[in-house]
Design a protein around this ligand. Structure first.
Ligand SMILES: Nc1ncnc2c1ncn2[C@@H]1O[C@H](COP(=O)(O)OP(=O)(O)OP(=O)(O)O)[C@@H](O)[C@H]1O
Ligand SMILES: [Mg+2]
Length: 239
């Protein structure tokens, strides 16, 4: 039975795509479903099936009716067609609606042999803190496994609050990654997949040995720490 891991949080910019990329590194042959207004996981090439989602979900919900209900059909169909463990990067403003739909489809998904897990991202921001527990609760009836990553991008979430949000799910942490400006550009351009292929000699030639070595060290550390943060979820995905 193929497992499906949904990386979710309605708040934007909390690290969903970084975490999806870390999962793609940890589970090298897994297909990736990307749901977003525009395609970002370009470095993953043919592994990615991209589904365009209008950014203004609230607008879609307001219009109601058929369009809103059928919005996710191609995604659900792709999920049920999967034959390998699959990573789903659910874009901003989409997670709540998608999980509600999946909760309704729970019995049908089970009948189709799809096991869904969710990985919720939370940061110390009001929007993310408000959404995370809702997503955890919404997924509880149908998710086979639930994971929570505290991304310390905006500082730490208070421990008791974090435990309450987790609601029994496995919690891991990702430290805020401080990096050279050039390292951030390389991360932006090539994701995590390009990091093992970086040429140290070329970096040194271009930036000098000191900066070249720092860039490589920054990127290697970010890739490793992101992969550590997704380890429990990656283990479930291939299980
Ligand atoms: N722990 C961290 N330390 C430093 N930078 C981080 C960390 N987590 C994420 N980032 C950076 O923050 C930016 C936003 O992350 P990302 O694109 O993964 O968020 P997202 O949740 O997918 O956003 P969106 O909702 O727009 O899809 C990226 O540039 C990413 O590399
Ligand atoms: Mg993203």
């Amino acid at each position: 039975m193929p497992r499906m891991l949904l990386v979710v949080q309605d708040k934007g910019g909390v690290g969903k795509s970084l975490v999806a990329r870390a999962l793609a590194e940890a589970v090298p042959d897994s297909p990736v479903i990307e749901i977003d207004a525009s395609q970002r996981l370009l470095e993953l090439g043919e592994r990615v099936s991209f589904f365009s989602m209008r950014a203004a979900r609230e607008e879609i919900e307001r219009t109601g009716g058929r369009a809103a209900r059928s919005e996710f059909d191609p995604i659900v169909n792709a999920m049920t067609r999967a034959r390998l463990p699959t990573i789903v990067d659910v874009g901003a403003n989409t997670s709540g609606s998608l999980l509600t739909l999946l909760a309704d489809l729970g019995p049908d998904l089970n009948a189709a042999g799809v096991a869904v897990g969710i990985l919720v991202l939370v940061t110390a921001e009001p929007g993310a803190l408000a959404e995370a527990p809702k997503l955890m609760v919404r997924a509880k009836p149908f998710a086979t496994a639930r994971f929570l990553i505290e991304n310390r991008l905006r500082g730490e979430v208070e421990a008791k609050l974090l435990a309450r949000i987790a609601d029994g799910a496995a919690v891991t942490h990702l430290a805020e990654q401080v990096m050279e400006e050039r390292a951030a550009e390389l991360l932006q351009a090539g994701g995590l997949a390009s990091i093992p292929r970086l040429d140290a000699a070329k970096l040194n030639e271009k930036h000098g040995l000191a900066l070249g070595a720092r860039i490589l060290r920054d990127l290697t550390r970010i890739r490793l720490e992101a992969m550590q943060a997704v380890e429990p979820a990656a283990t479930w995905l291939v299980g």
